[in-house]
Structures are given as structure tokens and as C-alpha cells.
Design a protein around this ligand. Structure first.
Ligand code: PEP
Length: 267
């Protein structure tokens, strides 16, 4: 039996004061739902403060990205050791907004890559996080064009195979994988629940092939892509979906609380 996990990804939103207000507004409802694991991933600037506010609750904090070295001359980067030091339990890796192929400034004339995360650096980040006992939340998913071309399964299989290369299966019990179809992120265009369930089942099968059946049965596979209070219940009722990675709707305390409640009623 896998405990549902709901993760709020705030992306580049909220000042410190806004972060505090959001956590305080949702705390009572979210913390009451002890049968659901919950994590909030604020921007780096609010991580410490949010962690402090949540210290006596079951809600954990996560980072949105990480660099793979412990320390050194890497201007602008944050290491797994630093995340561990402030009590981070999770870290998102391989989000479609940080993978290199999408990391372009959104102006027609620009080809400036701004994050350029590759399959190889995703693997390095996962290894470094595991070394610090931080749970990676690995995002995988296809673009609209890849789906249209019938490549969904091949894309996801390749993303999983490179991300997990050389990782000991025993360390994967602490993983979560998020199926995030790129065309569903921030678009309001949620993947049909039955189709999301099918792809999450496919991900579990690939993980079983790459590691072992026991790991695959225990690992949590989340769905992410326009999860809202109105569709959360149907998504979380699917047997292969073990929770959600929630972007836009996690910014609003009321919406996020309702999504956590939906996970609880399907726990
Ligand atoms: C995300 O950023 O991971 C995400 C799923 O965003 P949204 O819920 O806004 O689609």
C-alpha cells in the first residue's frame, strides 16, 4: 500500500512574506490530513523560513532544483549538502522547465538556453541527492509533438533509463517519479485520468524492468499537469497514480488544501 504524496511546486513565485502567509493559511487543513504525505517546494529564498514554519507538522519541504557538487566555484548554485543542512526532504529533478531542450527564453529571436539540464546532469543530481538522503522527485514526460508522433513511451523509457543509470535499486525506495506531460503543464489542459493512469502504469513497468518488481511496486508515481481541486479526485482515484505534483494550484492555499483533501479521501 503506497501512501499518497502531494507536492506543491511554487516555481518562481512568492516573496518571503507571501510564502509565510500561504503556509499559515493552509497549515491547519493540510496538517490535519496525516494519511497523506505533503511537501512544499518554495523558491530557494523561502526554503529555510518555510521549513521553520512547518517544523512541528508532517508537511515537508523540497527544493525545485540542485547542483550536484557539494561546494566549490559554482556561482549561483545550491548543493545537496546545503539543502540537507536546512532540512530539505525532497528535490525536484528534470522538470520540463529546467531540461535543456525547453530551457529557452520565450522570445522569438532568442536561442539563449538558460538551464540546459541534460540526461547526464539529471543523473548526477539524483546521485548527489541520494548521497545526502534527499528524496528525488524525477519528472518525465513527452511534448505535444512527441505524443502526436506516437513517441510517448519511447521518450519516457529513455528519460528513465538515463536518469536511473548506475543507481542502486535499494536507494530507489525513496524516489518519487512524476509523470508530467509537457503539454499539460500550466496550460489547464489536464491529461485524461485514464490515460494518465495508463502512462503511470507504463512508468512502473519500465522501473520494474530497469530495477526490480519490488522497487516498482513501492515507488510512488505522481501525476503533474494542471491538477486542480476539480480534477484531483478523479486523478487520485486511479490505481497507478500515487499523488500529484501541483504547480499553479499550489500557490493558492485553499486550492492546495482541497487537492490534499482529495488525496486523503483516496488514500
Ligand atoms: C508543474 O510545474 O510541475 C506543474 C505541474 O504545473 P501546473 O500544475 O501549473 O500545470
Amino acid at each position: 500500500m503506497r501512501t499518497k504524496l502531494v507536492v506543491g511546486n511554487w516555481k518562481m513565485h512568492k516573496t518571503l512574506a507571501e510564502a509565510v502567509a500561504t503556509v499559515e493559511a493552509s497549515l491547519r487543513w493540510v496538517d490535519a490530513r496525516r494519511d497523506v504525505d505533503v511537501a512544499i517546494c518554495p523558491p530557494f529564498t523561502a526554503l529555510s523560513k518555510v521549513r521553520e514554519l512547518l517544523r512541528h507538522t508532517h508537511i515537508q519541504v523540497g527544493a525545485q532544483d540542485v547542483f550536484w557538487k557539494d561546494s566549490g566555484a559554482f556561482t549561483g548554485q545550491v548543493s545537496p549538502a546545503m539543502l540537507s543542512d536546512i532540512g530539505c526532504a525532497y528535490c525536484i529533478v528534470g522538470h520540463s522547465e529546467t531540461r535543456g531542450r525547453f530551457g529557452k527564453l520565450e522570445v522569438a529571436e532568442s536561442s539563449l538556453g538558460y538551464f540546459a539540464e541534460s540526461d547526464h546532469t539529471i543523473n548526477l543530481k539524483i546521485r548527489a541527492l541520494l548521497f545526502q538522503s534527499i528524496n528525488p522527485i524525477l519528472c518525465v514526460g513527452e511534448t505535444e509533438a512527441e505524443r502526436q508522433a506516437g513517441q510517448t513511451e519511447a521518450v519516457i523509457r529513455n528519460q528513465l533509463a538515463s536518469a536511473l543509470e548506475g543507481i542502486d535499486p535499494s536507494e530507489m525506495y525513496f524516489f518519487a517519479v512524476a509523470y508530467e506531460p509537457v503539454w499539460a503543464i500550466g496550460t489547464g489542459n489536464t491529461c485524461d485520468a485514464a490515460e494518465a493512469n495508463r502512462v503511470c502504469g507504463f512508468i512502473r513497468q519500465v522501473i520494474s524492468d530497469l530495477t526490480d518488481a519490488d522497487v516498482a511496486q513501492n515507488i510512488r508515481i505522481l501525476y503533474g499537469g494542471s491538477v486542480k481541486p476539480d480534477n484531483a479526485d478523479e486523478l487520485f482515484r486511479q490505481p497507478e497514480i500515487d499523488g500529484g505534483l501541483v504547480g499553479g494550484a499550489s500557490l493558492d492555499p485553499h486550492s492546495f488544501s482541497r487537492i490534499v483533501m482529495a488525496a486523503g479521501s483516496n488514500a
